[in-house]
Every structure is written in structure tokens, then in C-alpha cells.
Design a binder for this molecule. Sequence first.
Ligand SMILES: *[C@@H]1O[C@H](CO)[C@@H](O)[C@H](O)[C@H]1NC(C)=O
Ligand SMILES: *[C@@H]1O[C@H](CO)[C@@H](O)[C@H](O)[C@H]1NC(C)=O
Ligand SMILES: *[C@@H]1O[C@H](CO)[C@@H](O)[C@H](O)[C@H]1NC(C)=O
Ligand SMILES: *[C@@H]1O[C@H](CO)[C@@H](O)[C@H](O)[C@H]1NC(C)=O
Ligand SMILES: *[C@@H]1O[C@H](CO)[C@@H](O)[C@H](O)[C@H]1NC(C)=O
Ligand SMILES: *[C@@H]1O[C@H](CO)[C@@H](O)[C@H](O)[C@H]1NC(C)=O
Length: 741
Amino acid sequence: MNILSLYCFLFFLFTRGHLLQVNGETKDFYIVFLSDQLANKESKARTHIDILSELKGSELEAVESHVYSYTKSFNAFAAKLSSSEAKELSGMEGVQSVIVNQYRKLHTTRSWDFLGFPQTARRKKTESNIIVGVMDTGITPQSDSFNDEGFGPPPAKWKGSCHHFANFSGCNKKLIGAKYFKLDGNPDPNDILSPVDTDGHGTHTSSTAAGGMVQDAELFGLAKGTARGAVPSARVAMYKVCWASSGCSDMDLLAGFDAAIHDGVDIISISIGGLTGAYTNDTISVASFHAMNHGILTIASAGNDGPSLGSVANHAPWLLTVAASGIDRRFQSKVVLGNGKTLTGIGINGFEPKQQFYPITSGNDVAIDIESKESAGYCIEDTLDASKVKGKLVQCKLGTWGSDSVIKGLGGIGAIIESEVFLDTAQIFMAPATMVNSMVGENIRNYIHSTRSPSAVIHKSEEVNISAPFIATFSSRGPNPGTKHILKPDIAAPGVDILASYTPLQTLTGLKGDTQFSKFTIMSGTSMACPHVSGTAAYVKSFHPNWSPAAIKSAIMTSARPMSSKINQEAEFAYGVGQLNPRRAINPGLIYDMDNMSYVQFLCHEGYDGSSIASLINSESKISCASLIPPLISEDAINYPSMQLTLKSKKGVTIGVFRRIVTNVGHAMSIYNATIRVPKGVNITVEPMTLFFSHILQRRSFKVTVEAYPNAKKLLVSGSLIWRSCCHVVRSPIVVYDPQD
Ligand SMILES: *[C@@H]1O[C@H](CO)[C@@H](O)[C@H](O)[C@H]1NC(C)=O
Ligand SMILES: *[C@@H]1O[C@H](CO)[C@@H](O)[C@H](O)[C@H]1NC(C)=O
Ligand SMILES: *[C@@H]1O[C@H](CO)[C@@H](O)[C@H](O)[C@H]1NC(C)=O
Ligand SMILES: *[C@@H]1O[C@H](CO)[C@@H](O)[C@H](O)[C@H]1NC(C)=O
Ligand SMILES: *[C@@H]1O[C@H](CO)[C@@H](O)[C@H](O)[C@H]1NC(C)=O
Ligand SMILES: *[C@@H]1O[C@H](CO)[C@@H](O)[C@H](O)[C@H]1NC(C)=O
């Protein structure tokens, strides 16, 4: 996380759509989806101009308004339009939907994303947006993680490309593709028009998913070990769709998907989110549906808006949605006070103290004047008296980003930052600093005021073991805001204090005055969790090249390690099926498979009408929901690897019947018995209780009936169904959700 991305987060909050003034009329960028009757690229692009000409009355104006044609995997175009023009267009023949271009954010965070800065803070900057994965901020081609030593030429199916660009030396046999998309045409003063990564997020996520082995990776001696992706031998293709100042726009995202699908990627990793609209007009949802039609599974981050309930993003059923869990280590620093007392703070501080002690003061006590006293407590620049800060450590309340930078800039030594909110991720500091909770903060303040010449020292950070896994506070939670029938997030993977490759074009903190650079850095966020699952999906695909996206997803979900609701009370709404378990994912025994029509059926069941679904699948043929409704009643009308029953009655019983079909991908002759874990107050039955298989790819159906009364105290209760054979355990959580309103 750096100051740039913080800045741009605010920036795109306030400038949604990047309004343009043309002839006094406000214009916005729009994406226009068309029915897919035209096969070739030239005729698609021609039609786009024709449609715009019809709208505008002249070809010249059409060309002026036209921004981009998506012709490979989509039939769509982007154009600058007024809202009335957009409306008119949506009624024209062959136009399936018209959506306004919006700007999204990256799903990387330091603890800032979940801290919820105090309202008192003057310059509240709440979220960082660092970038991960394949749809991301670009990449660092010279990074050791993308060294191509020992690699052969790219696979024959690869149709992508890579060129030399500004500050980008080109690709190699490991990093086989790199493109950038910046369709709004506005130059970005803080970025480089090139696939190069000026932020670090894209380098970090790509290397987590598929980076090669790099020995002795570390940051300040911390997290030392061999850095590697899940699939060190896999290739990487970067689609830069996020920019330092403007964030990630829908237009650019769609262009990234269009290219990636055409180029022949196997898996798409996207650690971006924010706005999630209807499944038929949210860009990530629509684009990933197309990817699925081409056999590509898209893995997406759940978002960093936790622990609020219902905050999960990227929740379409064809996406694999990833929550962030913590691993068994933490980075902390010892703070020793002049009175000999030792306290502990969180964070990554790479500085060895040069003196035994430094004078320490509190921000409030060194305000530039009386009026500034309160702001000075938060160590806001311009509110502190430099002469009183010089040579000292300063205690600051957490209220603005980069107190360490402010103190250092004023000639101080460093900062002890006090946070009122629980801390589970480590910040990197550019000066000696650490983050303490309010209790420790109070102790320090009392000490400062108890003596004439208070002193303290902050030691270099060290690594300690903690118990894990747990879901990070910042990780977005269910219930799914898009449908009450699908449990989201799907799964959890490590996303707290993750070490991976970084860019040489950015300092470790991005803060003013920072001079620290490193090949590796530590970041936190669901952005970091997502590529763990993307890499695992690539790993599964390497064993089973013909499996459908749903099959790969099912294998990853049913093999996950259960997590404990004692640690995370939101249970499945925090961790989905539990913690990712890559080794077992390649051999799941049974899979819950689906094709694209299964999802269409689901959407019909959800009440989407045929014409809006047609826009999603971009097909000329009309979808008739009436003809698709399955003859057998099923609660969720989908063959999902987890089950969620949302109570319908405040008093009476709710009965849900879930019909499922499993496909045998284990041993030809196998017998699976059902084990049901039934939570209190709920009845669950499974019919039949035993499934017999005699050959591979044989399918067997079964029915799960769940009966539950409202539970006054709990938002959700958790059960599970496990199909067990001699050699496999296939687990699906069963969640009963009580909306309680
Ligand atoms: C998406 O669809 C929903 C429901 O039909 C609608 O309310 C929303 O305005 C649409 N969003 C966009 C960006 O078109
Ligand atoms: C990018 O390349 C140009 C030309 O080689 C160079 O002047 C500039 O410093 C580079 N920018 C960065 C951020 O490295
Ligand atoms: C499903 O995917 C196939 C290609 O795998 C495609 O031909 C078909 O149009 C898709 N159907 C829908 C409803 O999207
Ligand atoms: C921390 O955990 C690691 C890995 O489990 C172990 O090797 C190490 O000994 C532990 N260290 C401490 C101080 O408990
Ligand atoms: C569960 O089954 C028992 C026995 O049939 C019945 O008495 C009870 O009411 C059922 N509970 C629910 C929640 O349906
Ligand atoms: C499954 O159940 C059957 C009959 O109840 C039993 O004979 C068999 O041993 C069980 N198999 C396993 C793997 O538990």
C-alpha cells in the first residue's frame, strides 16, 4: 500500500465515471453489449461504428464517440455518450445492454482497510489499493520470480503477445504475455503507459500464484525462506488494467478479459472489486461468464470490507471467491521505555536502533499552537512543532496514513502509533515505528507524563509464532448480497503478511521520504489470498486438463480443511468451506460439475428474465426461462459444492430440498457413505445414504432435505455433508442462515 493508491482510492470515489464535458453536455464512458450474430472481427468493429452512426446521425461523430471495440471474446464496444444517448442506444436493435463505465479498487490492504479510521481524523484515508494477480497493476519482468531459466517455448496454443514498452524490457519464456489497457486516454502522471508495474501489487500477486522458486527471499531478514508460486513451472501473462491514479475501470477490465480469453490463458486471477451489480451487468461477473464459456475459471478476491456482514464482493456463482486467512506468524517490535518496562507493537520496522534510548514525546504535547493540539495528537503534518519533534520519538494516534513519514520529515526519529482497533496485519514503516493497541498506548502516555525526561527505544521487528488459521478482520463477509441461495465467500487462503516479489519502481511504503527498496515485500489483503487459490486451480488443471471450470472449483472446495467457528463467529460467512488445501485438491474423488446452462438455469430461478440473461451470454438465441425450469424442485436450482438454506419464515419451519449430482473422478469401483453433521435445532436427511459407482465419470444424484426453525440467537448455524469412501473425503458445508429481520 502506498500513498499513491490511497490517494487514487479517494480520487475515484469522487470522480466515478470520469465525467467529460462536451458541448455543455455531460458525457460518460459506456460499455455497449451487442448480440453475437457477427463472426469476424472486422465486421464486428464495422457494426459498432454503424450503430453509433445511426445514433449520432453522422459517421464522423460516431468515430469521435467510439472508444474501443471488444471483438475477440465479446461483441461489445465502449463509447463516450450522454445519458440520453445511452438510453436511446439501449432500445436499438441488436443492443443487449448498455452499462456505464465505473472505476473499481484493488483488493490489497494493510490493516488500514479494516481499521475504520476514527471519525475524528481530519484526512481520513481508509483503504489502500495495491494490486495482485493477472488482471492487475502490471508486472516486473526482471523479477527473480519470473526467471525463465530451464523453460521451453510457450505452449503452442498461446496466442498472446508481448512487446517492448517504456521501462519494460519485454517478456521471456516464464512471463509469456504482458499487455496494458488504458481506454479513457487520460495520461496518468503517476504511472507509465506500459505493462510495467509501478505499484508492486501485480508483481506480488503474480509471483504468489505462479512465481518460480527464489531462495533466501526475505524482507529485513523477516519471513525468510524460498518464495514460490503454487505452480513454479507455469507461465504468467499480465493484463495491466489498474492505474496508479484512476484505479481499474470496467472498460479496461473488459478489454483485459477479451484479450486473455483470446490469448488462451487457463485461469484468470483477479484481485479487484468494489461495485458488484446484478450478475447480468457487473463487468467482472459478465466477463468471467464468458471466460467460463471458454473453459477458463476466474478466481476473485472477496474484498477487504470486513468484518461487516454482507460485504463480500465478486459473488457470482461461476466465480471462485476467496477470503483472507492469517498464517502462524506475526511481525512485532519490542518497545523499551526509559523506566525499563518492555511493551510490544505490531508492524515491520527494519531499523536497528543506534542509541540505547531516545527522548520520547506525545503528539499532543508538541503542537504548533493551541488550536492544533487535537490534530497534533494524530501527528498531522503542519500541526507539529518541528523544533520539539527533532531527535525524538513521537507517540501518535492512528488518524492519517504515514505518521512515521511525517515525524521523520520533521527531523524526528520515529513514531509509536496507537490504534483503537484490533490489529492483525503488519504495516511496513519508513522510519523506526510500531503500532500499539490503546492499552499499551495509554501506558506509554502515562509514562511520558510521569517523568521529566521520558525516553524509549523501538527495536527492529522480529517474527513470532501465533496460532492459526483465522480469518482476517478485514476480509469481507457473507451473507451473499446477490442471492440468498449461494454461500459466499467460497474458500479461505492466506492473505495476512504475505511475502512475495515487488517492483523496483516503488519504495516499500510509497511514503514521502522513503528510500527503502526491496525485491520482496510483505502485503496483506484478500488480493494476496486470491492468487493462492488461482495457483492451486492451475495446479489442479495441470493434472486434469479437461476438467470444466466448475469441476476445478468443486475439487478445490470439497477438499478444503474445515475451519473453526469458535475463532470466527461468522463461520462460513467468513471462511466458506474452510482453508485451501492444494495437495488434496488434485484428487477429490467426486466432483459437483456444471456447464454454462446450469448457471443460466440458476439465474432463471433467481428471477432474472431471459432477455437480461441473453445479454450476459452475448448470444443471439433467446433464452426462455420457462423451458429451462427443472422438473424436480430444488432450493437453489444449482449443483453447487456448498449449500445455503435461508429461512423464509420468522416463526415456522423452513424446509429446503437440495438436489445434487456428483461425478466419480476417483476409483472406478467405489462406494461412498454419507456422514451428516447436524447442528442443533435443524434436521438434515440425505437420500440415498450410499452411492455406488462402477466406472469413472459415472454420475449419481442425491437429495438433501434441511428443516429448520428460526434461531433467535444466531445469524447462521453450520452443518455439513461428507461423502466418504475408502480413499476420499468429499465435504460440503450446509449453512442455515436466519436473516432475522
Ligand atoms: C444493473 O442491473 C440492475 C438491476 O437490473 C440495475 O438496478 C442497475 O442499475 C444496473 N447497473 C448498471 C451499471 O447498469
Ligand atoms: C523509464 O525509462 C525512461 C527512459 O529510459 C527513464 O528516463 C525513466 O527514468 C524510467 N522511469 C522509471 C520510473 O524508471
Ligand atoms: C456455453 O458454452 C459453449 C462453449 O463451450 C457455447 O458455445 C455456448 O454458447 C454457451 N452457452 C451459453 C448459454 O452461454
Ligand atoms: C515457530 O514455528 C515454526 C514452524 O512451525 C517452528 O519451526 C519454530 O520452532 C517455531 N518457533 C517458536 C519460537 O516457537
Ligand atoms: C426434526 O425432526 C423431529 C422428529 O421428526 C421433529 O420433532 C422436529 O420438529 C424436527 N425439527 C425441525 C426443525 O423440523
Ligand atoms: C458404507 O456403509 C456400508 C453399509 O452401511 C458399509 O458396509 C460400508 O463398510 C461403509 N463404507 C465405508 C467406506 O464406510
